[in-house]
Design a protein around this ligand. Structure first.
Ligand code: GLN
Length: 253
């Protein structure tokens, strides 16, 4: 039994579309493998201590909430960079994803600083990108998976040249509605616009994150593989969501 320590950043501010549900999935899937998820809420004014957490999680929020947390997150920037250099993993969703980049210019022109953990920048456009999304991802060489979810953002995110997306858009808008790319992945850090029941619909990503967190916990470069679970309900949830994204007909169909 290993205790996997999760640092949940700003749960009181960045928690729309039930982002908290992602934590519940991580906890359950860890428990089914006899591991324990220990979740610490890191709110406004709290200090991130590198090495204390194996996985950081930051959810989505409206521009208003993002403005409230941006400066506080920057205060923790050095600590988060050090934690990630030390092998900690991270999942950032939507508003949280934007703030892990270098910055976000909101809908009303507000410039919010980011922490530059991911090589990207975001500027809000005048039309929101809303709907079901389906991606094709290859986080491990030779293992292609689909990721299904829902997006709702004004931000257009532009990855730096050479930066790796989380996946390619099969249906939906993705980072900017144009590039055909969604999210960003840098080592064990993943950012995405896919919201809400992201991990319930995509159990494989929950397991991948747990494996990265375990690698940090065990101090190994190579992530251990968790034994598979039956997951028939999870696969059905994924299929329903994937079919909805396919039939909705995204720009990149
Ligand atoms: N406020 C950001 C945007 O509209 C993020 C929204 C969100 O987290 N859903 O782009």
């Amino acid at each position: 039994m290993t205790v996997i320590r999760v640092g949940h950043l700003y749960p009181d501010y960045l928690n729309i579309y039930a982002d908290r549900g992602n934590i519940a999935v991580l906890a359950r899937r860890a428990a089914w493998r006899d591991h324990e998820l220990e979740v610490t809420e890191l709110g406004m004014g709290d200090a991130v201590v590198p090495g204390e957490h194996d996985l950081y999680y930051v959810g989505g929020g409206q521009d208003r909430e993002q403005l409230l947390v941006a400066e506080d997150l920057v205060r923790n920037s050095d600590a988060l960079h050090e934690a990630v250099r030390g092998g900690a993993a991270a999942l950032a969703v939507c508003g949280g994803y934007q703030l892990l980049g270098r910055g976000y210019r909101g809908f009303h022109g507000e410039d919010m600083p980011g922490i530059g953990l991911l090589p990207l920048e975001t500027v809000a456009g005048d039309r929101r990108l809303i709907g079901d999304v389906l991606l094709e991802c290859e986080l491990e060489a030779g293992e292609t998976r689909t990721l299904a979810g829902f997006e709702n953002h004004a931000g257009r995110t532009h990855l730096d040249a050479g930066a790796a997306p989380l996946g390619r858009v099969l249906a939906g808008f993705g980072n900017d509605g144009e590039s055909g790319l969604e999210g960003c992945r840098a080592g064990r850090v993943v950012g995405t616009y896919l919201h809400g029941p992201l991990l319930p619909r995509n159990a494989w990503l929950a397991d991948w994150l747990l494996e990265q967190a375990l690698a940090h916990r065990l101090g190994s470069d190579e992530a251990p593989r968790l034994e598979p679970l039956p997951d028939s309900l999870e696969h059905r949830a994924h299929e329903v969501s994937a079919a909805r994204a396919r039939s909705r007909g995204g720009k990149f169909d």
